[in-house]
Design a protein around this ligand. Structure first.
Ligand code: SF4
Length: 285
């Protein structure tokens, strides 16, 4: 985290995607998240949250840094469609629609029809600049949702939400991330089967976790689902950082990510990859 990001608190980081070369600006709304997903890195004591920011503050900062990024990714440290957040999310998206950037948002919540209409209107506005808006709907399967995301909408509610988003003409992708080691192969194939008619593709991703001082993985909460897999022979190591004060985080990239990318159509290992895909598939957007 850079010093100016601490002082403004609205943005999180800019990172260049290795495969597409696109620069991603991740927007943090700040203020924490009460949803309590068991694997969420924001609950780690070392994670440095951001102060809550309103739409004016976020849009002002994005405007100031407009030359630094190609993709705006909305939502990383809180659920953007929480009741307390959704008006900030929607009004900000409406105000940045002509910024000439691709935009995505990620959610575990279910948008109302009125909210979907507002998102569709933003996407329509962006078409004038040949930019895409992508909605990433999180869906880790019925068991993981019930066990690890007990305060988020149910699997059935989410399937309905992603279907309505998709039917409204929004480019909709399913987030299977973090791909937890305890999600079985059968469950993974089931996730693809249950959602494939309600989306333009799937994005599969890594688990972020941190080693504890006692030598075992500590982080988040209810770690058993992550720990079980990490002690298995499939463990792969890499590290990343959320900033200088948050310590080193390990990245668990499940080998099944590459299997899914290879076996299924329109499965991506990184969220940035959906934008070149959309540009190729929908050139007249
Ligand atoms: S909704 Fe997102 S930010 Fe909130 S607890 Fe779950 S993973 Fe974390």
């Amino acid at each position: 985290m850079k010093e100016n990001e601490v002082s403004t608190g609205a943005t999180y980081s800019v990172e260049t995607d290795g495969k597409t070369g696109l620069r991603r600006m991740t927007v943090s709304m700040g203020g924490g998240c009460p949803v309590g997903c068991a694997y969420c890195y924001t609950y780690d004591p070392k994670f440095q949250g951001y102060p809550r920011r309103n739409a004016d503050q976020i849009v002002d900062e994005l405007t100031r840094r407009v030359d630094e990024f190609d993709i705006l990714q909305w939502g990383c440290d809180t659920e953007p469609f929480l009741p307390k957040n959704k008006e900030i999310t929607l009004s900000s998206l409406e105000r940045i629609a002509r910024m000439k950037k691709h935009i995505s948002f990620a959610t575990r919540f279910v948008l109302t029809d009125g909210e979907i209409d507002r998102v569709a209107s933003v996407a329509q506005t962006m078409k004038a600049d040949q930019k895409f808006l992508a909605g990433f709907h999180s869906y880790l399967g019925r068991r993981a949702i019930a066990e690890l995301e007990p305060h988020a909408p149910s699997a059935d509610e989410r399937l309905d939400g992603m279907r309505r988003l998709y039917n409204a003409g929004i480019f909709t992708f399913i987030f299977i991330r973090p791909l937890l080691p305890t999600i079985t192969d059968q469950e993974l194939d089931g996730i693809i089967a249950e959602t494939k008619n309600h989306c333009h593709g799937h994005v599969v991703g890594e688990v972020f976790y941190r080693d504890s001082v006692d030598g075992v993985t500590s982080p988040n909460r209810q770690r058993k689902h992550i720990d079980l897999g990490l002690v298995s022979p499939t463990r792969q190591g890499a590290s990343m950082s959320f900033g200088p004060d948050t310590g080193d985080w390990n990245v668990f990239a499940d080998p099944r990510i590459q299997r899914l990318v290879g076996q299924h159509e329109n499965v991506f290992a990184h969220s940035s990859e959906v934008f070149p895909f959309l540009a190729e598939k929908f050139p007249s957007n």
